[in-house]
Write a protein that binds this ligand. Sequence first.
Ligand code: HEC
Ligand code: HEC
Length: 396
Amino acid sequence: MAKKINLLLSAIALLVVLNACRKETPVTGASSPTLPETPYNYVSQNFGQIGDPFFNQPPNNMLTNEGATLGRVLFYDAKLSLNNTVACATCHKQNFAFADNTAGSTGFESKTTPRNSPAIINAGMSNGYFWDIRALTLEEQVLMPVKNHVEMGLENFDNLEIKLRKLDYYSPLFEDAFGSAEITRERIAMALSQFMRSMVSYRSKYDQGLNSNFQNFTALEKMGKDLFESWEMPCQSCHSGNNFNGWGTSASNIGLDENYSDNGMGDLSTNQDAAFDGMFKVPSLRNVAVTAPYMHDGRFSTLEQVIEHYNTGVKKHRNLDYRLTEGGGGIFFEGDGSGGPNIPVIDPLPGGFGSGEPRKLNLTETQKRALVAFMQTLTDYELMRDPKFSNPFTAN
Ligand code: HEC
Ligand code: HEC
């Protein structure tokens, strides 16, 4: 009998050990990061270098390999939250292009964020952050989640600095990145921003197609691309530019609801003006196939549902963008009156275009499938398995 109990106990012990050895260690797992001898190369492949004039790198925080390495550690370090349970990566997951796969993400006290976590890719190609564009620069944006009472809860930045100073792996990383071991909130923000600017998505099937006249596309993908870009379709007029995000400062109302419970830009204290109600940042469509659920509140779980929204589901709203109204659809004004960061393009333009009545696109089933197929070509699978963006706290 005693032997049997012993056997049972060892079996349980073995199970416990096996479980502990499993690879899916949460971001809170290991206590110090494992980093390569020579830092990964973060600098070589950024949008600035492939010639995009909209890459927003401030001169006092140029991307370096050491800076991004520090940023990577900070991004994955749950010590940045009040109770050491939540890291940036808890809600911005590499395998979902640094988005989350739930409508609301879970913060440090198991409360849920009211909005959907956006994909952080090509952050250097945006000039306004959050769904309501309330932060104008990354350096300003990155510490907001640390303070946020739902997300990470560390409301006092003095405490953040004190906490990080006690962790011995940080001094050398700050020294490498900034020339001295001093740990300040400004440097934390700078390093996180560098890491995020280094997350450039440029290895999708679409990017390969750019260099080969899209010979690599299937007939359906090609049809989707032509539709997406055509003047009759209201897609590219908003999702424009290399990053399919309207050059990173646009916001619009796409008629998701007649009355929005979250009014986006309209709810910002600086914009207490009905003209901004229901306006949200135009998100990038890069990697959109892996960033479900969709929209600021994650209301759609598939791309097919998103297409159906544009096809038949647009609701009438006084701020509905003219491109989604009858008669306004084909008109495309690139750079029309965009007032820069935090000032969205207010449509219709003086004089007005479109009838204000929601437009029906009358897409055939094949056209719908084609649009989805095209959006799927924007996925950069390399980015999602690139070790330089992975969690350094889990030994590989
Ligand atoms: C609990 C989940 C959660 C955590 C933790 C979190 N985020 Fe976020 N993040 C979000 C949500 C939700 C939004 C959208 C919020 C909004 O628009 O109001 C967001 C937005 C962003 C954006 C804006 C992206 C864009 O294109 O507009 C960036 C950048 C970002 N987070 C970086 C970070 C960094 C850096 C950290 C760690 C310091 C972090 N996040 C921690 C959930 C989270
Ligand atoms: C008037 C500008 C505008 C037009 C036209 C437009 N979009 Fe959008 N799109 C947006 C905005 C703004 C959002 C986010 C809205 C929100 O969350 O409230 C969005 C969201 C999306 C999303 C979800 C992305 C995510 O990460 O959640 C997809 C996919 C998308 N649009 C595809 C398309 C396609 C395909 C077309 C053409 C049929 C199109 N869009 C036309 C502005 C536009």
